[in-house]
Design a protein around this ligand. Structure first.
Ligand code: PLP
Length: 417
């Protein structure tokens, strides 16, 4: 390998330089339009590096296996209580390494290998974890794709009722990697009840606008449990979280977390998560509203500049995300590579339109990080000019210097305690 011949001091210097380079890309050179990432509260970031993450955490608060963990177990309790508070839930499971693992925990708590589940397909942003190649398939579940309503960028309720009657699934999932309009949770719950199925809501992306009360609470609408990532719109450390109001499910999730799938877990992450959840307690409503406001304004501004924003009879978006039809740019990943040269970070997504050979047919854009750095409605015309030019120019690199100059005006993290 390349590193085998490299001295330890050289490698150390290289790794440290790469970390600095990454910060330069994300915080100086580029605007991040990718809704699957965010910048953390600097005090949460400091806690992540505070050294408590390497300490043991095995066992329950008040009954830990190793000694000297009084402080760590209090952090664990605070984080779980704040998670339940922010999501208005009775139970929160924080010992979850990622959004993908949150889904696996949820599958294990609700299904047995061999069971059938119904999940949104990729054409409406359905995530691989719900399907054969992901943890659903690895756990032995058989996934039947849910029928799609292109106009809602969601599930076709009428067709779902027929499919559920035929397939008798154990679990139905809602929620995707792009969520433009609220999903029909109540209607899907009714359908789930007709066959005794559980309804899981994957809020990996929209947990922020749910926490900020800009979108309805899926648990209140009828979902039995809700999984999420903690580092996307939620702006916390990389990890997962599950909330539920169902005591029986909470008990099973607890057993899956420990002693099932985790022994020791990262207490530094729990501390960082607790601080990020405090951000939501204090600033959540304002942050969520602003993410949506800026998303709608940016979608409209791009459309006005000739960028083909994906539109349905319901509009372009009600969320912190929207999408661009990417066929004219060679596909979603090709468009993302072009934008990267112009100083914008984004990625492709599936849309319910004609496929693009060898690429995704959509480009996904979101506002969690823009807003966290303080981008507001007044900044949208200048930002949209740069994005549109970056997408359309023959030489997107020529836009990068102007993007970098604008980016320099946003150097403080907002909506943090
Ligand atoms: N569910 C959805 C809908 C996602 O978009 C993602 C994104 O990666 C995940 C689950 C997995 O989350 P994580 O990246 O935290 O494992």
């Amino acid at each position: 390998t390349e590193t085998a011949g490299e001295s330890a001091p050289d490698l150390l210097a290289r790794i440290e330089a790469l970390a600095i380079e990454n910060k330069q890309i994300h915080e100086k050179d580029c605007f991040n339009l990718n809704p699957a990432t965010n910048v953390m509260n600097p005090r949460a970031e400091a806690l992540l590096a505070s050294g408590i993450g390497t300490r043991p955490s095995l066992g329950y608060p008040g009954d830990k296996y190793e000694m000297g963990l009084e402080a760590i177990e209090e952090i664990e309790v605070i984080a779980a209580e704040l998670a339940a508070e922010v999501f208005g839930a009775r139970f929160a499971e924080i010992r979850v390494p990622s959004g993908a693992m949150a889904n696996l925990f949820a599958f294990m708590a609700t299904c047995k290998p061999g069971d059938t589940i119904i999940a949104p397909p990729a054409s409406v942003g359905g995530h691989v974890t719900h399907h054969g190649a992901g943890c659903a398939g690895l756990y032995g579940l058989r996934t039947v794709p849910a029928p799609v309503s292109a106009d809602d960028y969601s599930i076709d309720i009428k067709a779902l009722a027929d499919l559920v009657e035929r397939e008798q699934p154990k679990l139905i999932t809602l929620g995707a990697s792009l969520n433009l309009f609220e999903h029909p949770v109540r209607a899907v719950r009714e359908i789930a009840d007709s066959v005794g199925a559980t309804l899981m809501f994957d809020a990996a992306h929209q947990c922020g606008i749910i926490a900020g009360k800009a979108w309805s609470d899926p648990l209140a609408e009828g979902a039995h449990l809700m999984t999420m990532s903690t580092y996307k719109s939620l702006g916390g450390p990389a990890g997962g979280l599950i909330v539920t109001n169902d005591a029986e499910l909470a008990k099973r999730l607890d057993q899956i977390a420990f002693p099932g799938m985790t022994a020791n877990f990262d207490a530094a992450k729990s501390a960082a998560l607790a601080v990020s959840l405090l951000d939501w307690r204090v600033h959540g409503r304002a942050y969520a509203q602003k993410m949506i406001e800026v998303s709608k304004a940016l979608a409209a501004a791009l459309k006005a500049r000739g960028v083909p924003v994906f539109e349905t009879p319901r509009g372009m978006t009600d969320s912190h995300q929207f999408a661009v039809l990417a066929a004219g740019y060679g596909g979603g990943q090709a468009a993302s590579k072009t934008l990267r040269k112009a100083g914008f970070l984004a990625c492709g997504i599936g849309l319910p339109v004609a496929e693009v050979q060898g690429d995704l047919n959509g480009l996904r854009i979101g506002t969690p990080e823009l807003v966290r750095w303080g981008v507001d409605i007044g900044d949208i015309p200048a930002l949209a000019d740069l994005i549109a030019e970056g997408l359309q120019a023959n030489d997107p690199g020529a836009v990068a210097a102007r993007t970098r100059a604008m980016r320099a005006g946003f150097d403080r993290v907002h909506y943090v305690v």
